[in-house]
Every structure is written in C-alpha cells, then in structure tokens.
Design a protein around this ligand. Structure first.
Ligand SMILES: *[C@@H]1O[C@H](CO)[C@@H](O)[C@H](O)[C@H]1NC(C)=O
Ligand SMILES: *[C@@H]1O[C@H](CO)[C@@H](O)[C@H](O)[C@H]1NC(C)=O
Ligand SMILES: *[C@@H]1O[C@H](CO)[C@@H](O)[C@H](O)[C@H]1NC(C)=O
Ligand SMILES: *[C@@H]1O[C@H](CO)[C@@H](O)[C@H](O)[C@H]1NC(C)=O
Ligand SMILES: *[C@@H]1O[C@H](CO)[C@@H](O)[C@H](O)[C@H]1NC(C)=O
Length: 204
C-alpha cells in the first residue's frame, strides 16, 4: 500500500468547489537544482515531446491518468505522468495538465526531475522511470494556521487520511478514490480525498 499512500497524501486536500474550465489552483512544486540539462540538448527536446503528449492524453483520458516516455536511450530519455482528480470533468482536468505543462517549465528551468501539484492534478517528469515506483518525497504539507485545535486537528487528519488511503488503494480497477468527512471541533470539519494512480495494485 505504500506507493499508493504516498500519492494519496500528496493529493489530499480540503475540497473546494470548482467551476468547470477554471484555471487550476496551484499548490506547490519541487525540482532539485542538482540535476540540470543544457538548453537545446536532446533531453530538452524529449521533455517538450513528453509534455506535449501528456497534455494531449489529458484531453481524452477517462480515468484522469496517463504515463508517457520520450526519447530512446538513457540519459536522454524522459519519463512523465499526470494524475487528475477523477471527480472533475475532462475539460477541467485537461486545463490543469496544460497549465502544468507551461508552468513546470517556467518554475523549473532546465531541471531533469520536477513535479508540480494543483488542487486538480499533479504532473511529474524525470530522467529515470517513475512508473509504479514508490516515492516518499517530496511530499508537501500545507498547513492552515487558522486551525482552532492543532493537536486534535493532527489526530483527526492522520486518522482520516489513513482511512481514505486504505479505502482508495483497495478500490478495484479504474478509479481508486475515496473521500471522508470528520469533525475537528463542533465548528470545524475536515474533508479529505485520496486518490491512487490506477496502475497500482492494493498490495503496492
Ligand atoms: C541550488 O539550490 C540551493 C538551495 O536551494 C542553493 O543554495 C544553490 O545556490 C542552488 N544552486 C544553483 C546552481 O542554483
Ligand atoms: C537554442 O536554439 C535556439 C534556436 O535554434 C537558438 O536561438 C539559441 O541561441 C540556442 N540556445 C543555446 C543556449 O544554444
Ligand atoms: C506506463 O507505465 C507502465 C508501468 O507502470 C509501463 O509498463 C508502460 O510502458 C508505461 N507507458 C509508457 C507509454 O511509457
Ligand atoms: C539522471 O540524471 C542524474 C543526474 O544528472 C544522473 O545521475 C542519473 O544517472 C540519470 N539517470 C539516468 C537513467 O540516466
Ligand atoms: C459531526 O458532528 C455532527 C453534529 O455535531 C454529527 O451529526 C455528525 O455525525 C458528526 N460526523 C462525524 C463523521 O462524526
């Protein structure tokens, strides 16, 4: 379940109401500057091919997930994937991936390995295969300073995330998604959503 849980945590957030076709809500990105490619290199052009095929796949992916590769040989081969929230319509999902394609290049110039998260989708690429591979970092945790009872909040958060992660990973073929609601205090509620990439099995 581990590789699933990681992605579940990365995709866990407070649900908001989104309009169809709206610009995605950026959360976070991560791209180490330790592994750079040269402008106009083969990796550079493979990366553009990769991101184009992912954003085109997003326009017809029914389960909101796709992986792709570009280029034949390491070290220039690029591997990428996106995962969109499966409760969103295809227009919203493809706008998210298309926005991510533009923004990841701007926020992560010349990086071989990058990931960007939005409320609606995540987009990721690397010079090594990342398909069905467990990654525990990076894992952004965005914390709302306005939580009324932080200790109780963390308890409820961990319990609820465990619950949704287990249920999402146990989902059959197709969408592996689960949602939950919990009371933090009588005034504040927690809404959680977990989603796993559809290529994972429950034992991952
Ligand atoms: C890489 O990032 C580190 C920490 O963020 C920074 O200190 C360093 O200057 C950066 N190196 C380059 C080449 O940009
Ligand atoms: C990359 O290619 C473009 C167009 O071919 C050229 O204008 C640019 O100077 C090149 N950049 C580098 C760093 O070689
Ligand atoms: C997608 O990932 C699977 C492994 O999870 C791999 O077998 C397949 O070749 C990948 N597809 C592409 C287009 O790279
Ligand atoms: C990916 O890039 C890193 C850093 O440049 C390098 O150490 C690693 O060997 C590369 N991986 C492959 C499969 O080429
Ligand atoms: C949350 O509290 C409300 C009323 O205070 C209660 O009706 C509801 O069942 C509680 N929900 C959960 C998940 O415990």
């Amino acid at each position: 379940m581990n590789s699933c849980l990681t992605i579940c945590l990365a995709l866990s957030f407070f649900i908001k109401i989104f309009g169809t076709g709206a610009a995605p809500n950026y959360i976070y990105h991560d791209c180490p500057n330790t592994s750079l490619f040269s402008p106009n290199s083969t990796y550079h052009s493979n990366l553009h091919t990769l991101l184009s095929s992912l954003s085109s796949a997003a326009t017809h992916s029914t389960d909101g997930f796709a992986n792709a590769t570009a280029g034949q040989n390491p070290p220039d081969r690029a591997y990428g994937l996106f995962l969109c929230r499966s409760d969103l319509d295809i227009a919203t999902r493809s706008i998210c991936v298309a926005t991510g394609k533009q923004e990841i290049l701007r926020r992560c110039p010349n990086r071989r390995v990058s990931v960007i998260w939005y409320d609606e989708c995540m987009l990721r690429y690397s010079n090594q295969s990342i398909f069905s591979v467990m990654e525990q970092s990076p894992s952004p945790l965005l914390y709302d300073e306005n939580v009324m009872d932080p200790i109780r909040f963390m308890q409820v958060l961990l319990e609820t995330l465990n619950n949704v992660a287990v249920r999402a990973s146990a989902g059959g073929s197709g969408k592996k998604v689960a949602v939950a609601e919990a009371n933090i205090t009588s005034m504040q509620k927690l809404y959680a959503l977990a989603q796993c990439t559809p290529d994972l099995t429950a034992s991952d």
